[in-house]
Design a protein around this ligand. Structure first.
Ligand code: SF4
Length: 367
C-alpha cells in the first residue's frame, strides 16, 4: 500500500510516484483514494454544475478533440455571443434543476478587450447575484482582464492544461503550453479560484496522464477544481477515430487525481454518457465530487439531469450548496480600467499530421 496523504503538506510529486499510484492493484487504489476522499470531503455530497456555451463554434484554434474549431468539418451550429438576458435565463433554469455553479464557455482563443468582454463581465455580475458560483472559460487571459473579472465577482476561471506538456504538442499547434501556464498565473494574481484539468483517451500514454497530474499537483496552491474528461470523439475532428476510454481507466484517473490533489473538487466531466451508472458510482467512491448537468456539455452529449437526480437518490447522494467550499466573491465597483488588450500569445505552428489531414478533408468537403 502507498502512504495515505490525508493532511498533505506541500510536496513535489514526481512522475514515477504518480505512476506508481495509478498502476497499483485497482482495489488498493480505490481503498486509498476513498480514504483520502473521506478525510477531506463529505463522501455523500456531489456538486452539480451547468455549462452554458455563451459563444459556440468558429474558433481559430486547432485543438484536435474540439468540434468548435472552425477548420474542421463538424455539424456544430455556431452562435455569436448570447445576450446577458439569455444567459441569465439559462442560469436560473440550471439553478432550479439543482445546479449550484454555472460555467460560461466561449470558443475564443483569448479574451479581447471590448464590447463582448464587457458583456461577459455583466453576465458574471448578474449570475453571481443569483447566489450561484460563476466560472468562466474564455481562453487565454491577461492579468488586467483577470482583475476585471475578479471585480465582477467571478468565482472560478477554467483553463485546462489538457494533457502532459509533451503530449499537448501532439494535439494542439496553435498555442503553446507555456501560454496556458501564463494564463493560470494571471488568474492566481487574483482571488478567483482555479479550475484546470484535462482529457484522457486522446492517444496519450499513462506516463502522459501522470505527467499532467504532476503539473497540477505541484502547483502551489493546487487548483481548487480539476475536471477529468474522457474524450468524446466527434466526426470531422482529428481524434474522430479514437477508441473509447474504459471505465477502469477513468476510475484510475479519478482515484489518482483524488490522492495527489486531496482537497480539490474533482469533476467527472465529458464522457459520462459512455459510462454505466455503476461506473459513475465507482468514480464517486474514488473521489469524484462534481458532475456537469444538462443534456449538452458545450457541444457533446451529456446525461439528462433527471437521470442524474435518480442516480443520486439511489446512492443517497446530496447536492453541494453554492459557496460551500470557498467564500463568495462579492461584486465590487469596477476600478480596473480596460487596457484595450489583445496580446500576441504564442503560435508555435508545428505540424500535427492528423490535424492537417482533418483540415484538408474539411476543405474538400466544403468545395
Ligand atoms: S477547445 Fe477551445 S480553444 Fe480549442 S478549438 Fe475548441 S473552443 Fe477553440
Amino acid at each position: 500500500m502507498q502512504t495515505l496523504y490525508y493532511f498533505m503538506e506541500r510536496k513535489e510529486w514526481t512522475n514515477q510516484e504518480i505512476l506508481d499510484i495509478y498502476q497499483q492493484p485497482l482495489m488498493d487504489l480505490l481503498y486509498q483514494a476513498a480514504s483520502v476522499h473521506r478525510a477531506n470531503h463529505d463522501p455523500n455530497k456531489v456538486q452539480v454544475s451547468s455549462l452554458i456555451s455563451i459563444k459556440t463554434g468558429g474558433c481559430s484554434e486547432d485543438c484536435g478533440y474540439c468540434p468548435q474549431a472552425a477548420r474542421y468539418h463538424t455539424d456544430i451550429e455556431g452562435n455569436d455571443l448570447m445576450s446577458v438576458r439569455q444567459v441569465k435565463a439559462q442560469a436560473l433554469r440550471a439553478k432550479a434543476s439543482g445546479s449550484s455553479r454555472v460555467c460560461l464557455g466561449a470558443a475564443w482563443r483569448n479574451v479581447k478587450d471590448g464590447k463582448d468582454f464587457d458583456e461577459v463581465i455583466e453576465m458574471v455580475r448578474e449570475i453571481t447575484q443569483l447566489e450561484m458560483e460563476v466560472c468562466c472559460t474564455l481562453g487565454m487571459l491577461t492579468e488586467n482582464q483577470a482583475k476585471r473579472l475578479e471585480e465582477a465577482g467571478l468565482y472560478a476561471y477554467n483553463h485546462n492544461i489538457d494533457s502532459s506538456e509533451e503530449y499537448y504538442k501532439e494535439v494542439i499547434s496553435t498555442r503553446a503550453f507555456e501560454d496556458r501556464l501564463e494564463t493560470i498565473g494571471n488568474v492566481r494574481k487574483t482571488s478567483i479560484t482555479l479550475c484546470s484539468g484535462g482529457i484522457i483517451g486522446m492517444g496519450e500514454s499513462v506516463e502522459d496522464r501522470a505527467g499532467m497530474l504532476k503539473i497540477l499537483a505541484n502547483m502551489y496552491p493546487q487548483p481548487e477544481s480539476v475536471p477529468i474528461n474522457a474524450l468524446v470523439p466527434v466526426e470531422g475532428t482529428p481524434l474522430e477515430e479514437q477508441g473509447p476510454v474504459s471505465i477502469f481507466e477513468m476510475v484510475r484517473m479519478v482515484a489518482t487525481t483524488r490522492i495527489v490533489l486531496p482537497q480539490t473538487q474533482v469533476r467527472l466531466s465529458a464522457g459520462r454518457t459512455q459510462m454505466s451508472e455503476e461506473g459513475q458510482a465507482l468514480c464517486f467512491f474514488a473521489g469524484a465530487n462534481s458532475i456537469f448537468a444538462g443534456d449538452k456539455l458545450l457541444t457533446t452529449p451529456n446525461p439528462d439531469i433527471k437521470q442524474d437526480m435518480k442516480l443520486f437518490n439511489e446512492l443517497s447522494i446530496k447536492t453541494q450548496a453554492p459557496f460551500e467550499k470557498h467564500a463568495k466573491r462579492e461584486p465590487k465597483e469596477p476600478v480596473t480600467p480596460p487596457l484595450g488588450e489583445n496580446p500576441k500569445w504564442t503560435r508555435p505552428k508545428h505540424k500535427i499530421e492528423r490535424n492537417e489531414q482533418a483540415r484538408i478533408k474539411a476543405k474538400n468537403l466544403s468545395k
